[in-house]
Design a protein around this ligand. Sequence first.
Ligand code: PEP
Ligand code: MG
Length: 576
Amino acid sequence: MSFTMHGVAVSGGIAIGFAHLVSHATLEVPHYALPKHLVTEEVGRFDAAIQATRHEMESMRAHIPANAPPEVEAFLDVHLMILNDSSLSKVPRQLIQAQQCNAEWALTQQLDNLLDQFENIEDTYLRERKNDVIQVVERVLKALLGHPGVPTNATTPEEASILVAHDLSPADMILFKRHQFAAFVTDVGGATSHTAILARSLNIPSVVALHHARQLIRERELLIVDGGQGVVIVNPDQHVLAEYRLKQNQWEIDQQKLKRLASAATRTLDGTAVELHANIELPQDVPLVRDNGATGIGLFRSEFLFMNRPDLPSEEEQYLAYRTVAEGLQGLPVTIRTLDLGADKQLTQMEHGQSANPALGLRAIRLCLAEPHLFHTQIRAILRASHYGKIHILIPMLSTLSELDQTLHHIRVAKESLDVEATPYDKTIKLGGMIEIPAAALMVQSFAKKLDFLSIGTNDLIQYTLAIDRTDDAVAHLYDPLHPAVLQLVAHTIRTANRVGTPVVVCGEMGGDPKLTRLLLGFGLREFSMHPAHLLAVKQQVLKTNLPDIHALVAKMLKTEESEKMHSLLARLNSL
Ligand code: PEP
Ligand code: MG
């Protein structure tokens, strides 16, 4: 039976492929069958991942800091024992051979078997080891995902897989970064949840908030996903299929045309220069940044380095990651945002109790100030990396000047500790603050005077201004970047920063939406940061804009009180 579902559009383009249903969140991995001749190679890939994980854990065990609690060693011993047990290191090999399936799939099947057995264990101590088994498996999966095999069922458009899930966390999504799904659809989520942002960064069609997709769609049913319209068509007939194939071709042609703009200078028709920077989550994103002609990284969401692992990354590991990005950008600026954990980006490694309203709780800079050791480690790592490129530091979720003062104190302390060791760092490193809480936007002048630059996080600014949880599909229809109150705050922030002479950038999703480029230019914005995948479409808008032509209409939009009217005025602005 053919039917159509409507959700919230997250990422444009059209995908046609077969549904692949996934159930529970954390360990969602690609499933694919292998031709017989690749089975031995797949077993080798599995063995290599076990070996790499073993080395990694042994090296951690050999470098336990002297002041670490004694449990750390015991914890690592248990994990090594679990890893070396044949139920993890051998049984999945047999599953790969018997079922001719990929290593990740075999490993998660075996994990499910083991977890079932844990349910029947009486002994509380042993039952609690369940989490250790999960953590070890996650480590091996991480090693496997770093060296993906070839998903053989994703080679032709007809055979592409479309992932259908009830929900996916940002941590799940980051695991998918290197896998060849043609599209994602989920029951829950909002357009600017971090899961959606990551889906967008993969530049594949995605639709969220479909409510019952996971329940109504069956494994391997044919789907069309129109990520621009937020539509999913299940079991389309031949005519619909043919129409969408045409649309898909057109989309691809348009994308190819955009590629020609990659090396063009970014200037409006009247000659005003505009900077287009990229947002990244992991060092692996750097090639995309360069391919799309970004002139810097405006937002490196460093918290993604902390996900899908049982431990916290050390100063050395962070330093190497930041240095890799800085060197990869060859002197172009790289803005590293300090940890923005909390809300929808929770860590398994840290227990802070359940907050009733996590987005209003101990998140981002609040968490870092409450965990000075964590913050100090990161600041030192960033400062050390700053010797190898042009790094800026960005602080998320500032709401008061006292948070900024405390932050400055921590940065001073970290610098002093490096001075004592004579470790080099950029002594003129710039510090910026995110304006993403209405309180900060309203008092932006005070922040602008104390900071080297400002970065407007529109995703949170909208969430906190309109009191709408950006991850909640039930209120997704109310999440409106064109709400007059949001536009007032964004315009006020840009104008104030410009007046004080403090550089300002928009790094939230509004900055990467080509429909809003002209409006933001009209507010006085000259620097945008967005997913590399959106950069060329935004550049195209900049190149087509003549600033003197848009001022009157932008002024009118700022006086408009109704959202509906705002939408028609925006359409007019974009057709000038
Ligand atoms: C924002 O809030 O707009 C932003 C860029 O930060 P994040 O999406 O990571 O919260
Ligand atoms: Mg934010």
